[in-house]
Design a protein around this ligand. Structure first.
Ligand SMILES: Cc1ncc(COP(=O)(O)O)c(C=O)c1O
Length: 381
């Protein structure tokens, strides 16, 4: 679709920096989840602006490819989707609701795990003359939100006395599935199964039991239950290197920019704040109009590479707020002002992944994606 990216970079906007989101890769990845969990429904997690890819592009792509539900963290995120006429069921995973009427008005499904949450939902339902549905969140070892197994019987007892709320789902979240920590995962599965059994025995109308994130979709088949809740793999990355190759995932984000300045500097010339890199020869230095304010982390300084003319070149000198530099001496014949530069994604046969960048700055691919800032336009391709 992009016929002449090099020209286009300078044609469309003043700064040639954008994140291109490949909607067909998103759809493909959804179908890979379907293959990995053929008997489960899929709740596609599009929180945090679709893991930085753009929640709307992501939601539409996943729903178009057959996702059954969407998962967001915040009511605000759900409302943004509803405002764009996305009508699929939405699970609001974050547990921070405040206004339960809003949830009902927009057909959003909350997670409940305290008696007063059930009561607040019930009173909003009563006001509207409806019965609300909610999923019960169990803390099976994450220590974040959710009811602890020891407190479950009391909460279920309370829920039975509140007819305006129907608990139609049970959910939990793995703390360690990405570590392949079998003991913690097995314990979580056991606690989940016990909670499910308890809810069934008490006659709750349980329709959806779900706890599998990407790692569990790929690696813990018995966790799939009625629905899986993948995020990261839908965007084409794996939670940890050991999951590489377990599904045919296609990275959906290409973060590109263009060379904004190009100059030969003499041997011995230091580059950028703190003079953390010095030219060891006469060097051709390309300045790129993107920096840590855009989410290109400063801890990548002198460690990352970028792609120009289909080849890897080193990023050099401290990453600044709005700019950074690359050493393109070895590509002098091929680089000019405006040349397209790939920070994340593929160019020719070369590729830089979120996994690679996250390893350099000792974080996880999630954070690389989520860090891509609001001032980087997302462009569906
Ligand atoms: C409650 C919940 N469910 C599902 C997911 C998706 O996890 P992943 O992106 O590892 O697939 C997340 C992500 O953090 C989450 O917080």
């Amino acid at each position: 679709m992009i016929s002449d990216p090099q020209r286009r970079a300078f044609d469309l906007r003043v700064r040639p920096t954008e994140a291109r989101i490949d909607a067909s890769a998103l759809a493909h990845n959804l179908r890979e989840v379907r293959k990995a969990a053929p008997n489960a429904r899929i709740c596609a997690v599009v929180k945090a602006d679709g893991y930085g890819h753009g929640a709307v592009i992501a939601a539409r792509s996943f729903l178009g490819a057959g996702a059954d539900w969407l998962g967001v963290a915040l009511v605000e995120e759900a409302l943004a989707l509803r405002n764009l006429d996305i009508r699929a069921p939405i699970l609001v995973l974050g547990g921070q609701y405040t206004d339960y009427g809003l949830l009902l008005q927009h057909h959003l499904t909350p997670l409940v795990y305290r008696a007063e949450m059930i009561d607040a939902l019930a009173s909003a339902a009563k006001e509207r003359g409806v019965v609300a549905e909610a999923h019960l969140k169990l803390d099976s070892g994450m220590g974040r939100i959710g009811v602890l197994p020891r407190d479950l019987p009391g909460l279920l007892e309370h829920a039975r006395s509140v007819p305006q709320v129907r608990l139609t789902g049970l959910c939990s979240h793995f703390a360690n599935a990405d570590l392949r920590d079998e003991a913690a995962t097995a314990r979580a599965l056991e606690l989940f199964a016990e909670a499910r059994q308890a809810m069934r025995a008490l006659g709750f109308p349980l329709q959806l039991s779900h706890l599998a994130n990407s790692a569990a979709v790929l690696d813990v088949k018995i966790s799939h239950h009625d629905m899986v809740r993948p995020g990261l793999m839908l965007y084409g990355a794996v939670p940890a290197p050991k999951f590489a190759g377990m599904a045919d995932l296609r990275p959906a984000m290409s973060w590109v920019t263009g060379v904004s300045h190009l100059k030969w500097v003499p041997k011995g010339m230091p580059i950028s704040y703190g003079h953390k890199w010095t030219a060891q020869r006469e060097s051709l230095i390309a300045t790129l109009p993107v920096g840590y304010a855009d989410g290109y982390r400063r801890s990548l300084t002198n460690k990352a590479q970028v792609l120009i003319a289909g080849r890897r070149v080193p990023q050099v000198g401290a990453v600044c707020m709005d700019m950074m530099m690359a050493d393109v001496t070895d590509l002098a014949a091929e680089v000019s002002l405006g040349s397209e530069v790939v920070l994340l994604g593929q160019q020719g046969d070369a590729r830089i992944t979120a996994e690679e960048l996250s390893a350099i700055c000792d974080t996880i691919p999630y954070e690389i994606f989520c860090a891509v800032g609001a001032r980087v336009p997302r462009l569906a391709v």
